[in-house]
Ligand binder design. Structure first.
Ligand code: SER
Length: 593
């Protein structure tokens, strides 16, 4: 390996530090307060407010490595380049430098011996050709020419190729200029260009000049400031720099693939083994990052949990195709953890939880498969025309978590067909519903700003702390929904909370209420909050000042409010219900009387 993932990340940081950028940490994979997408799909995503003009506490020049998930191309995973999880090296100018500096720096980082050292003869770029929304980008082309990229390797392409964003339906976007490594493959046609995907031009970096905001009515308006947003896929760049064929040959994947080889006794290069191995490695890697995230999710039938479940079950299905035994995916997950535990602290910290969740999901899936197989056999008894209806397939899928591919395979074994079109329709409807569900959920939080709701919000803080005391410090908030009548609080915990424990939590909260302490709001940096032992989500705040609500020794938490003034205003705290919310997540409902 000429350059490892670790070295590439480090070069990125060193380079941007030398250009006076602040290095910020990767945000969570689960977007905060953004109902338009389920996962963080690019480094710019958590930065949208700042691209729109809000002041970022770390300054106007930022760089990082962001964890990203994109599952739109899940069926392509297994080829040379598609992954559902990837790391994106990114840098940003928030209304500071613009095209000239960014292009000169991109050229320097790519070609300088100190950094990537790519010969300039191997570089090509594309720029935006212009349309009614935004003019042709002669300016960027001019800077590339000055750097030494010859005219014939500067391609003008339309919006489909050279425009980026918004990440959801509305928001910051703009024309981009992309950089490609020119492979030694011959031109695929006289018109061969970076737009044709023939493999001659390998994309390594995308510089977006974000000066527009796409509005809900589809218009592009000028942003308050001109921004730069760039993204370089870590895995793909490693492929190019090391002259490898696929992302699975990089040092990020080799140990994972080797583990699968060892467990299966099959060779990665042998016929029929490489694609399943790649899919297993990809899906388990993504699952590890989802489970291990600061806002970690667990497998479920809706929203992000549904995507996670699908990935795990798909991996298990391919593991079966390789004759791997039950428990193998957990061992593979351990190999993934080993690759990343020194880079992402949350993966190390949550490794036990990751393993426990995967083990449980595998067990559940085994049961599901057994039950689903019975159902399938029953169903087959009724088939008259040799075709299993889309509705029946969807029922197997929805009720038994039975993957459609498996239904299809079983059908073929029995000389039957399935109505895939109808299944896809039912599936798309279900997806639309779970997207809507995600929106509703993310609206969560407080239903209103009345005093009754604020009191229950204060009680939630006290209860959160009490749960940590009574159960384990690892209890972490997974959701909260508060109305005037009751609070509802979801948190990570592995088993039912016993009655005695619930009573103990009530007792602690009621003691805090009786103590009638002041609810104090202070502004401080995230680091200070951490030092004081505040609970709350720290990532994506980047040293910015945050509000911290404390109630004497009873609670200290990062939060936007509102709250009661004194705990004595709360009345008597009573837990009315404790139940499972999804795998590994418990839900408590409580009231103030
Ligand atoms: N947002 C752009 C991308 O995802 C550049 O970071 O490619």
């Amino acid at each position: 390996m000429k350059i490892t993932a670790k070295e590439l990340r480090q070069k990125w940081f060193d380079f941007y530090k030398s250009k006076q950028h602040a290095i910020i940490r990767s945000s969570s994979l689960i977007p905060e307060n953004d109902p338009t997408v389920l996962f963080t799909t690019a480094g710019m995503h958590p930065l949208v407010p700042y691209l729109m003009g809000a002041k970022h506490p770390a300054g106007k020049r930022l760089a990082n490595v962001q964890k990203c998930v994109r599952t739109g191309d899940i069926d392509d995973v297994g080829d040379n380049s598609h992954c559902t999880f990837f790391e994106m090296l990114g840098n940003w100018s928030l209304g500071d430098y613009f095209k000239k500096e960014q292009i000169e720096w991109s050229y320097e980082f790519l070609t300088s011996k100190k950094y990537l050292g790519i010969p300039k003869t191997r570089l090509a770029v594309s720029v935006f050709e212009g349309d009614s929304d935004c003019p042709r980008d002669e300016e960027s082309a001019g800077y590339w020419l000055k750097c030494g990229i010859p005219k014939e390797r500067i391609f003008y392409l339309p919006k489909a190729n050279n425009w980026w964003g918004p990440a959801g339906t509305t928001g910051p976007c703009g024309p981009d200029t992309e950089m490609f490594y020119v492979s030694t493959a011959p031109d695929c046609s006289p018109k061969c260009s970076p737009a044709c995907d023939c493999g001659k031009y390998l994309e390594i970096w995308n510089d977006v000049f974000m000066e527009y905001n796409k509005t809900a009515d589809g218009k592009y308006e000028q942003l308050k400031q001109k921004n730069v947003d760039t993204g370089m896929g870590l895995e793909r760049t490693l492929v190019v720099l090391n002259g490898k064929k696929s992302v699975y040959d990089t040092d990020l994947f080799v140990p994972i693939i080797s583990k699968i080889e060892e467990l299966s006794g099959k060779k990665y290069n042998s016929k029929d083994a490489s694609r399943p191995m790649r899919i297993i490695a990809d899906h388990i890697r993504t699952a590890v990052f989802m489970l291990g995230d600061d806002r970690g999710i667990t497998p479920s039938n809706v929203d992000q949990g549904y995507v996670l479940r699908r990935l795990i079950r798909r991996a298990i299905r391919y593991a079966k195709a390789l004759d791997l035994e039950q428990g193998a995916v957990v061992k593979i997950a351990q190999a993934v953890i080993d690759v990343y535990k020194d880079v992402y602290k949350e993966i190390a910290d949550n490794s036990q939880l990751i393993i426990a969740e995967l083990t449980k999901e595998e067990e559940r899936f085994e049961k599901t498969l057994k039950a689903g197989l019975k159902e399938f056999d029953k169903l087959v008894g009724y088939i008259q025309n040799g075709i299993i209806s889309g509705k029946a397939c969807f029922k197997l899928y929805d009720t038994y978590g039975f993957p459609i591919e498996m239904t299809e395979e079983l059908a073929i074994e029995r000389g039957l067909k399935i109505n895939r079109d109808d299944f896809d329709k039912a599936y798309a409807e279900h997806q639309a519903k779970s997207q809507a569900g995600a929106q509703a959920k993310f609206k969560g939080g407080l239903a209103d700003n009345t005093e009754a709701t604020a009191r229950l919000h204060t009680a939630t803080h006290l209860m959160h702390k009490a749960l940590k005391q009574v159960l384990t410090d690892k209890v972490a908030q997974r959701g909260s929904n508060i109305t005037e009548e009751r609070l509802r609080f979801d948190f990570s915990f592995d088993r039912k909370v016993e009655d005695a424990e619930l009573r103990e939590v009530e007792k602690i909260v009621n003691q805090a209420i009786e103590a009638n302490v002041q609810v104090v709001c202070t502004e401080m940096t995230v680091d200070e909050a951490k030092q004081k032992g505040a609970i709350g989500l720290f990532e994506s705040k980047y040293g910015e000042k945050v509000k911290v609500y404390s109630m004497d020794k009873y609670s200290i938490e990062i939060c936007g409010g509102p709250h009661a003034n004194k705990t004595g205003e709360l009345g008597k705290f009573v837990i009315t219900k404790e139940e499972s919310s999804s795998a590994g997540v418990r839900r408590i409902k409580a009231v103030l009387k």
